[in-house]
Structures are given as structure tokens and as C-alpha cells.
Design a protein around this ligand. Sequence first.
Ligand SMILES: [Zn+2]
Length: 250
Amino acid sequence: MNCEQARPLLAAYVDGELDTVRMLEMEGHLPACPACTRAVRELQQLQQSLRQESLYHPAPAALRRNVLAELSAQARPEPKPAFWSWFRLVPALSGAMVVCLAALLAVTLNRPSGHEQLTAEIVSSHIRSLMANHALDVVSTDQHTVKPWFNGRVDFAPPVKDLAAQGFPLIGGRLDYLHHRTVAALVFQRNKHIINVFLWPGSEKNSAPSLDSVRQGFNLIHWNQGGMTCWAISDLNPTELLEFTRDFAL
Ligand SMILES: [Zn+2]
């Protein structure tokens, strides 16, 4: 450290405010530099004289009171006029209400009806069964194998028929999940077309199979038989699919 670097740091050195490295550098410089040593001594004398008691006077009680009062006033949160708060709140609230109403409306408008939701689920299940190699839990063309397979797996006995003679061979069955319940799915084939028949207990009276809807290129046929709700779905043309379901419902 040379004089030029030491000068600006002398006061801080006297006050003990230098970091350790600077302090050591300063202590290395001072013994070799009479000018800085003199400056340090003068600063130390000034420091000593400023500590004399005669220079200190207690503050008057009134000044102390005023300062304390001022401090506590500033520490208190400034109360906002009520109308100002409401003025700010009203647009915020009505904005929130508009958002809520819009959301409610969107949910209401977009909410699928029970029927819409069911047919959408049927289509999803059918597509899943075609894609995921999950068409069959029990692989059999024998209705006497497929029907007992459901025993203990569902709490009802699905009607299982082999319609091979009519050109719709049974290829197996599986469990599926539709409309918040486990259902039986029977799988039939017509040439390259897979037909899924979903069955579960229902309370509706018997009704003849009829084309319910066409969704995503799949034909959905619905009917009720023997206390069962039945749905068939396939990409098979509606005429042949109806023929199939009529044979099944017999
Ligand atoms: Zn020096």
C-alpha cells in the first residue's frame, strides 16, 4: 500500500472500520510513512476530543416527546377513506363476477348430457379396444366359455350368444368401465370389422335395436332386453350392424 492508497482510508482506519486485509496493509504502511502516521495521530486526537463529556448535552424532554410522537404517527398505517376503498373494490369485484358467470356459462353450455357423455364413453372404449390390444380378456369363440367367465367378475349374467351361423362369430369378451360402472363387453367380428356389445343391468322396458347415433365414423345401436341396457358399436355399415343386433336380441 502506498500513500495515495492509504490517505482515503485513514479515517476509516482510526474508526476501526477497515476490513482485515486493508487493516494489515495499513499497519504495514504506517511505520514506514511519517506523513500518514502524523495524520493518524491527528485523527485520533480529534476523536478523543469529540468524546469529551463537556460536548454532550441531554435533549430537552419536550424535544424527546415530539420526536417520539412523530415516530409513532408515522408507524401507524394511514387510514384510507372508505369511499376510496369501495371505489377500488367495485370494478375488481364486478370483474371477478363477470369471470365467474362466464366460467359457469361455459361449463353449463359445454356440459354433455348424460346421453352424449355415455355415447362418447362408448366410442372411447371401442377405440381403446381396437388400439391397445385390449379387445379381449377372455378369448374364445365358445359362448359356453365366455358366459361363465363373467361369473364373479360382474354382478349380473350377460346374455352371450354365438352368431357365427349368421356371419358374426363371437371372438371373446372383457370387462369395461362405462357410465360409472363395470360393464360386460362382448366382441364379435364381421369380416375385418370388430363389433363391441356393451351390456349392463338397466331398468328400461324391452326395446328393439335402433340406430342411436353416428360418432367419429362409428355406428351406435341401442336397445334394451331382459333388464339389460345394450349398446353395439362398430365401423360396420348400419344395415349389417342392425341385422347383427336383431339377431343378438332374439
Ligand atoms: Zn503514507
